[in-house]
Design a protein around this ligand. Structure first.
Ligand code: URA
Length: 183
């Protein structure tokens, strides 16, 4: 068993916060063990909870389309969430739940060692990049964290709600594509 597989096994048994009471499945994350690019969403929704995989609902389909625009296949990137269990009724994960869950993502990043991290949406960017991250102003900008390049995109669910944000996201994706081409 690889270290990442071991971590997954431990995570699947996690009972560190109340979300373990209502989850169907822990959604640990999927992708190559040594992916160079990692996407971090907020937390599982209903479909993800049922299937145990991140971004498999409508938002996931849009994420696939976004990746396709820059000739990136889902199978080539690692996809995970800040919080591994579904918050009931898709509410935002509480700060205490995020704090309890953070250890899993931190270890995941250490083991995978991505060169580029893309936060999907405000919640992920505020937790991962900086607490006062403004998604409307700072999406598509590059930040550095622990020697990795990090950017945030609008969350696919936000792009489904407001298609006017899509042209900006297309520009952000192009910046991402350029950075990947230089790896
Ligand atoms: N939204 C997220 O942030 N993550 C998922 O896995 C699905 C929807």
């Amino acid at each position: 068993m690889t270290k990442l597989e071991e971590l997954r096994e431990q995570c699947l048994n996690c009972r560190d916060c109340g979300l373990c009471e209502t989850r169907t499945n822990v959604v640990f994350g999927v992708g190559p063990e040594k992916a160079k690019v990692m996407f971090i969403g907020e937390g599982p929704g209903e479909n993800e909870d049922l299937q145990g995989e991140p971004f498999v609902g409508r938002g996931g389909k849009l994420l696939d389309d976004m990746l396709e625009l820059i000739e990136l296949d889902r199978s080539k990137v690692y996809i995970a969430n800040m919080v591994k269990c579904r918050p009931p009724k898709n509410r935002d994960p509480l700060p205490s739940e995020q704090a309890a869950c953070e250890q899993w993502l931190t270890k995941q990043i250490e083991l995978i060692g991505p060169r580029i991290i893309v936060c999907l949406g405000r919640i992920s960017a505020q937790r991962f990049i900086k607490p006062d991250f403004k998604i409307t102003r700072e999406h598509g900008q590059w930040f550095e964290k622990d020697g990795r390049r990090v950017m945030a995109l609008y969350h696919p669910a936000a792009l489904l709600r407001d298609p006017n944000k899509r042209p900006e996201t297309f520009d952000d994706l192009k910046r991402l594509q350029l950075a990947i081409s230089k790896l």
